[in-house]
Design a protein around this ligand. Structure first.
Ligand SMILES: [Mg+2]
Length: 261
């Protein structure tokens, strides 16, 4: 497939270009049990190829770094920002934790224990160390119970609530999100793109828009399916269909840059 013209400037000067992508719903299809999510076949090869060719390549996700490295492999040169930037690693190396976040680990552990004990069966409490996500995908009728339980935890602990796809998450109240991560990764670049599927990716889109206003060439890519929040596509420069569309875009970008996966 031909590369979309809006991405051509990245392929033309890949050494000064930054490629950033979300994981779940973007490189990995959404599945009923979030612990079983896997990247599409071909994703790891194209990320490795992009990392050899482009100035910077990073996966920016709400999952822990350990989870991402386990699913993607320790890809040489690929940066991984986990837990919305609270954890970082490069090439599968040591995990660096945002210093201000560490003290929240025990607070999150307490919330995990109370949520597991208090929510009805069918609500999936995903413990992530410095954050916790509660999913109602397997029991949609529990959305109200989950939201109420998580809101009560936020009120008593000081953790903050963030919406996701059929889920809600508690995070430490820090000024770290996909926007701050994107800003750091894209600093000084000539061009950048970000691929994402969910409202948690909107701060990254906004960060690229700011960079674009400052003179860089930026492209925000919404990865959509039937349940996508409409504001994600509305905020993006480009829309592709699901992880299959995202993977095809990355393959096109790599080939247009002269690289191989
Ligand atoms: Mg996602």
């Amino acid at each position: 497939m031909a590369l979309d013209a809006r991405l051509a400037p990245l392929a033309a000067d890949p050494g000064r270009a930054v490629v950033l992508t979300d994981f779940d719903g973007t490189l990995a299809p959404i599945v009923a049990d979030p612990s079983t999510a896997r990247p599409l076949p071909g994703v790891t090869d194209v990320l490795a190829g992009l990392a050899r060719r482009f100035g910077r390549v990073a996966v920016v996700s709400g999952r822990p770094v350990a989870y991402l490295v386990d699913r993607l492999g320790p890809l040489e040169g690929v940066h991984v920002a986990g837990l919305y930037g609270l954890e970082r690693s490069v090439g599968g190396g040591p995990v660096v934790v945002e210093p201000d976040a560490a003290k929240w680990r025990s607070v999150v552990a307490g919330a995990v224990e109370r949520l597991r004990g208090g929510l009805p069966a069918g609500a999936d409490v995903e413990e992530k160390g410095l954050t916790v996500t509660v999913h109602w995908r397997r029991a949609p009728a529990l959305e109200g119970d989950v939201r109420a339980g998580v809101a009560a935890e936020a009120a008593s602990t000081g953790l903050t609530v963030h919406d996701g796809r059929m889920s809600v998450e508690l995070r430490p109240p820090l000024a770290v999100d996909k926007g701050s991560v994107t800003e750091a990764f894209a600093e000084g670049c000539a061009s950048a793109c970000f691929l994402g599927d969910d409202v948690g990716d909107l701060p990254a889109f906004a960060a690229l828009d700011r960079l674009g206003a400052a003179g860089a060439h930026t492209v925000t890519v919404a990865v959509v399916d039937a349940e996508s929040a409409p504001e994600v596509a509305a905020a993006a420069d480009l829309v592709v269909e699901g992880p299959v569309g995202a993977l095809a875009l990355l393959v096109d970008l790599l080939e247009a840059s002269g690289g191989v996966s």
